[in-house]
Design a protein. Structure first.
Lengths: 253, 374
């Protein structure tokens, strides 16, 4: 069989999103970031917002998010993305402004900026990657690290008595009047990917509609940081992360 | 002037040509609205809270469309400035010493990403929580780079309420000319004292099309005719990062060559010179008068730009005088720049009060006699 008979527009079932740049990703195999990037690129295109979107990149593994999606970006200082996004949106109310942050960025050093932007009900979307670890700096303990979980700064496992408990920051944010949408999803199966895409789309639509702050937490894997293979990471996430960070909408108004 | 601006001037509580009595802090707020500033982001701290209070009272979002936001912290406020500046908007924040310490991270990022914006530090005495009384001990922090990395802040030092109003416009002008943050370094005296001021004329806020033209790097949404704009200070390749630093240094050199501003008062026939900035310079004006009444020919050099510093002018005057006294409300900070300019050719001594104590003209004169004439 000749492949040229098969590769034709009418047979197209999947394509690289138009807004994804042609370059190698620095993410590790099995990492959730790449999938979430792809979903964001797809949603921006589907909503026709590519000339109206400003993304705010974090410090963490996604520090280079701006290299991969073909839109305007600002690179924020560690944890400060919601403050940066606040001003970008307030000064440009007709734009779609979103932050993309990891758990160290959003739930540790940036807690104040996150809570207060959400409490003001800034019309922004926050895409929150929670893999329970500081991936970029080499797998240190994050506020979201699970009880007894091994990291390079909790080498015998997180002791919640002395090191604090896993921070369920999206539960906290769902309580705030400024938040219109708080949801938790994942990207470890095709069905989960589709659900997450819907969530991102709703979050971006809310930002444009001026409904308040939306947060989409994506419970994610970090195979390098967890020292597991990509498939074992998925299994580990389902078994250990989901009970602490259960999937589903926490708020949708 | 457009019809809209004419109307705005006509409706303003304070007319364009009217001379009004107000605090330095209030003058900053009024000047910002009139300059067409897009966003102010601040956090209350004494002795500068009148700036955000005046802005909230004036409610410019109803007239010019200017955004005024009270942030949850100084850290958030400076990062809001980063966000606004990254869109090419006129964004500003104001604070006082302890608050400025919190902003240093953001200032380094602003300098590293080459974002133009205006900062105002209405200084108080330190260190730590210090006092709410005036001080000038943030000279090093502002002029030498209080955050990490090799960067410079264009630093303007007003000595009157009128200059508080005027330097807002100059600060933005220089910031946008060089894509660099600018800072008004003032203190609790100028911020709190009331003086006559003539406010600048209303300018229209720029349209998005005008900003896109003026700031082609601004993140306002990627149009089909250009590559994405990325506002960042990050560069992982050390060779490229060094190139970036070299570019910064070359820009700083251009600023040093072109933007020095200072005032020389009674220096032509002077045997001695005082060097002071801001409110210390106001006090020294009287000292010059007192000294001359006693027959001592004293002049005053007042740097208006603390960076770039008027090193050349001071060096030239040093050839003609017998000694220089640097007067500051700190333990001796600007004196280092004066000494570098003079390079050991004549004695350069320091007279300073600290911790919120304001020097008197007589005290400065005594200090001058004690340290310079001997």
């Amino acid at each position: 069989m000749n492949t040229s008979n098969i590769v034709s527009p009418e047979n197209l079932v999947y394509a690289k999103p138009e807004l994804m740049n042609d370059m190698y990703m620095h993410y590790c195999p099995g990492c959730s970031h790449g999938t979430v990037h792809k979903l964001i690129a797809e949603v921006i295109k589907e909503l026709g917002l590519e000339d109206k979107t400003i993304g705010i990149a974090p410090v963490g593994c996604a520090v280079f998010a701006y290299k991969y999606i073909d839109i305007d970006w600002q690179e924020a200082a560690h944890g400060r993305a919601p403050a940066v996004a606040t001003a970008v949106k307030r000064l440009n109310p007709d734009k779609m402004v979103f932050t993309y942050q990891g758990d160290g960025d959003l739930a540790a050093i940036g807690t104040a900026e996150t809570i207060h932007a959400a409490n003001r009900g800034e019309n922004i979307a926050i895409i929150f990657i929670n893999n329970g670890i500081y991936g970029m700096t080499g797998g240190q303990m994050a506020p979201t690290t699970l009880n007894k979980m091994l990291t390079s700064t909790s080498p015998t496992g997180r002791d919640v008595q002395t090191m604090g408990n896993p921070l369920k920051i999206v539960d906290l944010m769902a309580l705030l009047d400024g938040v219109c949408y708080a949801t938790r999803s994942s990207v470890h199966t095709a069905a989960a990917v589709r659900k997450t895409k819907k969530a991102i789309k709703l979050a971006f639509e809310n930002a444009m509609a001026g409904k308040g702050t939306s947060i989409v937490e994506v419970v994610s894997t970090c195979s390098s940081g967890w020292k597991l293979s990509p498939t074992a990471s998925n299994d580990w996430m389902v078994k250990n992360m989901f009970p602490v960070y259960p999937l589903g909408d926490l708020k949708n108004i | 002037m457009s019809e809209e601006l004419k109307q705005r001037s006509a409706e303003a509580k304070i007319g364009d040509s009217q001379i009004t009595l107000m605090k330095g802090n209030e003058a900053i707020a009024h000047a910002a609205i009139r300059y067409g500033v897009d966003g102010y982001f601040g956090y209350p701290i004494t002795p500068q809270s009148e700036i955000i209070e005046t802005l909230m009272d004036e409610a410019p979002w109803e007239t010019t469309g200017m955004v005024v936001l009270q942030a949850e912290s100084e850290v958030a406020a400076i990062n809001m400035v980063y966000g606004g500046a990254g869109c090419g908007k006129y964004a500003m924040t104001t604070s006082s010493s302890p608050g400025m310490s919190l902003k240093q991270e953001g200032i380094s990022y602003l300098a590293g990403a080459e974002l133009p914006c205006l900062l105002v530090n209405v200084q108080r005495g330190g260190p730590g929580l210090g006092t709410i009384q005036p001080g000038q001990a943030d000279y090093f922090q502002t002029v030498k780079g209080g955050g990490h990395g090799d960067y410079k802040l264009i630093t303007l030092a007003p000595n009157s309420v009128q200059e508080m109003a005027d330097l807002v416009g100059l600060g933005f002008e220089l910031a946008f000319k060089y894509n660099n943050p600018a800072c008004i370094l003032t203190d609790g005296i100028i911020g709190q004292m009331m003086e006559k001021v003539r406010l600048p004329e209303f300018k229209a806020r720029r349209t998005e099309a005008e900003i896109r033209k003026q700031c082609p790097w601004a993140t306002l949404g990627k149009s089909a005719d250009r590559e994405p704009n990325i506002v960042t200070s990050l560069e992982m390749d050390p060779a490229l990062m060094e190139m970036r630093n070299i570019k910064f240094q070359s820009k700083y050199k251009t600023i040093e060559e072109n933007e020095v501003r200072y005032e020389a008062i009674n220096c032509e026939d002077a045997d001695y010179i005082l060097v002071a900035f801001g409110s210390s310079a106001r006090i020294c004006l009287k000292t010059v008068e007192l000294a001359r009444e006693e027959g001592i020919k004293v002049g005053l050099i007042r740097p208006i730009t603390l960076w770039p510093f008027p090193s050349k002018a001071i060096c030239e005057y040093a050839q003609k005088v017998k000694g220089i006294l640097v007067v500051e409300m700190n333990a001796g900070q600007m004196i280092e720049d004066v000494r570098l300019a003079v390079n050991g050719t004549i004695p350069v001594e320091h007279y300073g009060r600290m911790g919120g104590i304001v020097p008197t003209p007589e005290g400065v004169l005594d200090g001058f006699k004690d340290k310079i004439i001997k």
